[in-house]
Design a protein around this ligand. Structure first.
Ligand code: DMJ
Length: 652
């Protein structure tokens, strides 16, 4: 067989014999022809790549694959902007961990700042385009959308009175495929944007003054311009306001301040060699919770290591006969004890019952099961004890495992125990059925025995002391409005409707406790009798110390109902805070909410930065910023990711 038959032929002569290219044209012509062919190929490819809409009707499978690549490139956009998602187990096995962690563990803060700026720019641009298009908005794959994004004015409570954001499979599926939003999320309405900016500037005022006058101390005295520390923090300076404020700074986009706080934590937060006596509960919710939240949000492993370091220092408090932890721990010696005033040496329900969110998460992100085991032990002990009428008393003896004095409260000494039952279930991605059952049982008893209606029709949680009702509700108990509504959203009927209605009613009562004062800020506790409704009686019930619980319920109820009154009530609180609590050096509590010119207490509580301002900011933000479908807030308002739903869970 001759070469002519092997080489490609491009033309046939009139004699039907093949003519090779070599014979057909000279070398210059061949080069020219080559260029023309190359140009044609590049042109065709470019048309397909840049005009993907041409794909319809094109049958060639190769062109469809090009479009698939194009689609994929579009989808990975956010991953170029945001932190990497958590390592999958397989990544570790495949030895990709180091490379992957290289990016997560050592954050470049210039990069973080650039990311924040870039996100802000993109967001502003999106907003401007939306406004220019007169709200003709393409649907975004984010559920639930906010009132304003949907272009609806007024209340957006669902026609059936239902609550938005209930987690169906659809929502969960969509959430699994996107990175949770932890910055941005501004509302479309200029008025709401302006209100949010006011709150943001409040945070700046609080933070800047703390940084100026009390940097590294636990809290700020905003009038005397110096540091302050409550006994819960022992005798040392652990920068409680820094740790409590960090995630709020991040969410609000204060990246310079965040970086300064982050570096302080890395360089200074160290309990080794400390001999101080700390509250196990407060250290857990503010420090361990705050650090874990920062870890989830940023992926910076320094936060995880610090959380682990502090939680390990708390562990000796669990070395009791039952495993129920003591309230106080001496960090240096590891000795622990309970408060002398607590019913015959008892531990307190709201303290030992408020460890699970942080400890379970810590076990998951460190791979150390010891923290989860401590929680399991507590759960088994309290499940074993008979409860009076199904109620949980506020005191439990850590030696005997028996209940102490039969005081029952949804406020002080009880409160966050109930909150953590619900949220442990939610945090587990609804796999922790034990926590759900305990929550349902506990609320069944509490609602049945403690919920009351005043003569004027206000619904409230009374307290119980040795079988007698005390018609008093703590400011602290006002978190139950949000808790019941959130729980109701996730429970089945008939509890769903019942708890949602109760949540709405209690939040209304708590607002009344604010509205019936001269300052429009609520008292520490309020009572109901034939003579008074939702008002404090004693002078030690009349103070307001920048507490968050009422605003927390406004925030949760707003997210769940989109009833505009919650934003109105939140704005009333902002105005009252600005009028009575803002001073040149930060924010202070006040001693009598019924006074026109209340005396100020000169303390800026760290929870004002962690909770009050964060909830206000989120109240005036879009629903997808720190979405309730992706995060649970610990009792100090530090958001912790929901397992299997939130890509930032970062569990090992
Ligand atoms: C916070 O430290 C927490 O919310 C805690 O659960 C109760 N008290 C304060 C705020 O009021």
């Amino acid at each position: 067989m001759g070469l002519e038959n092997i080489l490609p032929t491009y033309h046939r002569s009139p004699t039907k014999l093949p003519i090779s290219l070599n014979k057909l044209c000279r070398s210059k012509e061949r080069v020219l022809l080559g260029f023309v062919c190359f140009g044609l190929v590049v042109g065709c490819f470019g048309t397909v790549f840049f005009l993907p809409e041409l794909r319809t009707g094109i049958a060639l499978p190769s062109i469809n694959s090009v479009y698939k690549v194009y689609e994929h490139v579009q989808k990975v956009g956010p991953e170029f902007i945001l932190q990497l998602p958590p390592l999958a187990k397989d990544d570790v096995h495949e030895g990709r961990a180091q490379q992957h962690h290289g990016q997560i563990d050592k954050p470049d803060f210039h990069l973080l700042e650039d990311q924040a700026r870039l996100k802000a720019k993109i967001e502003t641009q999106e907003r401007l385009e939306l406004e220019q298009n007169q709200m003709k908005v393409l649907p975004r794959p984010v559920i639930p959308s906010s009132k304003s994004e949907a272009g609806v004015s007024g209340s957006t409570t669902q026609p059936d009175g239902g609550i938005k954001g209930e987690s169906g499979e659809n929502v969960r599926y969509q959430q699994k495929n996107r990175l949770p939003k932890v910055q941005g999320g501004g509302d479309l309405e200029p008025d709401i944007r302006a209100k949010r900016e006011t709150v943001r500037q409040m945070m700046k005022h609080a933070w800047d003054n703390y940084a100026t006058y009390a940097w590294g101390k636990n809290e700020l005295r905003p009038i005397s311009h110096k540091g302050h520390s409550a006994s819960i923090f022992g005798s040392g300076n652990y920068g409680a306001s820094i740790v409590d404020g960090l995630d709020t700074l991040y969410i609000m986009g204060f990246m310079d301040e965040f970086k300064r706080g982050r570096d302080w934590v890395e360089d200074n937060l160290n309990l080794t060699g400390v001999s101080s006596e700390l509250s196990v509960f407060e250290t857990n919710i503010r420090f361990v919770g705050g650090l874990l939240s920062c870890y989830a949000i940023t992926g910076d492993s320094m936060f995880r290591e610090k959380a682990l370091h502090i939680a390990e220092k708390l562990l000796p408090a669990f070395n009791t006969l039952t495993g129920i932890p003591h309230a106080l721990i001496n960090i240096g010696s590891g000795t622990s004890k309970n408060y002398a005033w607590a019913s015959s040496g008892s531990s307190i329900l709201s303290e030992f019952g408020t460890m699970s969110l942080e400890f379970n998460y810590l076990s998951d992100v460190t791979g150390n099961p010891v923290f989860r085991q401590k929680i399991e032990k507590i759960t088994q002990v309290i499940k074993k004890q008979d409860r009076p009428d199904g109620l949980y008393p506020n005191y439990l003896n850590p030696k005997t495992g028996r209940w102490g004095q039969q005081h029952i409260s949804m406020g002080a000494l009880g409160d966050s125990f109930y909150e953590y039952l619900l949220k442990s279930w939610l945090q587990s991605g609804k796999t922790n059925d034990e926590a759900k059952e305990m929550y349902v049982d506990a609320m069944d008893a509490a609602v049945g025995k403690l919920i009351q209606k005043s003569n004027g029709g206000l619904t409230y949680f009374a307290e119980m002391k040795f079988n007698r009702l005390e018609h008093k509700m703590d400011h602290l108990a006002c978190f139950t409005g949000g808790m019941l509504a959130l729980g109701g959203t996730h429970l089945e009927e008939p509890l769903k409707s019942k708890h949602k209605e109760l949540g709405v009613a209690i939040t209304h009562t708590c607002h009344e406790s604010y509205d019936r004062t001269n300052t429009k800020l609520g008292p520490e506790a309020f009572r109901f009798s034939d003579a008074i409704e939702a008002k404090a009686l004693k002078s030690n019930e009349k103070y307001y110390i920048l507490r968050p619980e009422v605003i927390e319920s406004y925030f949760v109820l707003w997210r769940l109902t989109h009833d505009v009154r919650y934003r109105q009530w939140g704005w009333e609180a902002v105005q009252a805070l600005e009028k009575h609590c803002r001073v040149d050096g930060g924010y202070t509590g006040i001693k009598n909410v019924y006074s026109d010119e209340p005396t100020q207490d000169d303390v800026q509580q760290s929870f004002f930065l962690a909770e009050t301002l964060k909830y206000l900011y989120l109240l005036f933000s879009d629903d997808d910023l720190v979405s309730l479908d992706e995060w649970v807030f610990n009792t100090e308002a530090h958001p912790l990711p929901i397992k299997k739903v939130n890509l930032l869970y970062r569990g090992i």
